[in-house]
Design a binder for this molecule. Sequence first.
Ligand code: CA
Length: 424
Amino acid sequence: MTIKANNPEISSWINVNQESDFPIQNLPFGVFSIKNSSARIGVAIGNEILDLKELFELGYLADLGFQLSDFDNCYLNDMMIHGKLATRKLRNRISDLLNSESAELKNNIKDVNRVIVSQKDAIMQLPVKIGDYTDFYSSEQHAYNVGCMFRDPNNALLPNWKHIPVGYHGRSSSIIISDTPVHRPKGQQKPDDNSPPVFGPCKLFDFELEMGFITYQGKELGENITTNEADHYIFGMCLFNDLSARDIQKWEYVPLGPFLAKNFASSMSAWIVTLDALEPFRIPGPVQEPKVLPYLNYEGNKHLDIKLEVSLMPENGQAKIISNSNYKYMYWNMNQQLAHHSVNGCNINCGDLLASGTISGPDEGSYGSMLEISWKGTKPVDMPDGSQRKFINDNDTIIMKGYSEKNGLRIGFGKVATKILPSK
Ligand code: CA
C-alpha cells in the first residue's frame, strides 16, 4: 500500500534535525494547549507543532470531511471517528502543506505564525478519551521469565499461553500522560508466608515497558474483527508504562488477576504515531508453534521493528539506561490481539487502548521490568551515583523512548516519563 505522506524522498520547510523523532514522514497526532488558549489537536514536526484548529480555521483543511470541532477539541476521538481513510487523507494533506516544495503555506508568513507553535511553549495533554483499556501479556520472554521466577522453569509458560493472546481489562480512567508524577501506592501485602497480611506503601514498585495501540470505531456488539481487517481499525501507537506494585500484585492476583497493583496509574506518551507512518517498519513475526486456531492465523508482515529503551533517573542524578528492547519481540501481534479480543462479539470502540504487555527481549539487557532486570531483587542495578536499585525508589523518574529506523528514516514516539513520588 502506498501512502503518500510516507514518501522517504520528501522534506519539510520546517527544520528537522537528523535525530528528531518527528520528520515529515511521521506526523503523529496529539493534543496540546499554550498559555491562555484552549486545548486543540496538533501534529508534531521537528521541534514544532502544527496547530490543526488554526489550520482548519484558515481554510487549509477544507473538503476533507472534517469540521472545526474535530480539531478544536481536547481529545482526538472526534477526529478519529471519521475513520482510517479520512485520517490518511488528512495526514497526506498535512504532508503536502509542510513539503519544502509546496509554497501554499510556507510563503504565507502571517498564517505560518498562526499555525506553528514551538513544542517548548506547549503543554501536552492526554490525547485520547480512552473508553476501554485492555492489557495483553504477549511477549514470550516476559511470560517465560515470570513463569521461571514464580512457578517452574521447566513449565514456565502456562498451557494456554501459545494458544491465546492472554489479557485482562484494566482501568482507563487512571491512564495519565507523560510527565505526570505518581505517588507510590499503598495496599495490602503479604511479605511473610507464615504471617498475616500487612498494609502500607508498596515496597516493590515497578514499571512495565509496553506499547499501546488506539482503535478507530470498531463493529457492533456481536460482530468480530478478523486479523485481515484489523489494520483498518488501528489508528496508531504510543509508548506505555504499566506501573506495577509487585508486592500488592503477588498477594491479590489469585484467582482473578491484577487489580489494585495496576489500577492506580498507567502512563502513555503524548504523540500517537499512526499505523500508516509505521508501515515501512513491518517485519515477519516468530514462527508460532504449536499452530494457532484458524481465527488467529494472519497474512503478511504484522510485527513491527521498534527500538525501545528504558532509563532510570534518580532525583538530581544522572539517568542510566537499564533496558534496550524492541517491539519485534512480541509473540502475538496487534492483528491477532484485536481478532482475539473481538472473536466472541466483544465490541471495539473509537478510542480504546490495547496495550502489548511487558516487552522483554531474549537477553538480560532487554528485559522490560525491574522484576526481570533485578531478577526478583537478586541482581541489583548499579546506578551512576553509587546507589543500587532492585525496584524503583521514591523520586526516581522512569523514562521510556522508542523509534523505528531504516535507510536513514527515523520515526519516533518521543518519550513517556514518570516520576515516582513518596506515598501520600
Ligand atoms: Ca502489563
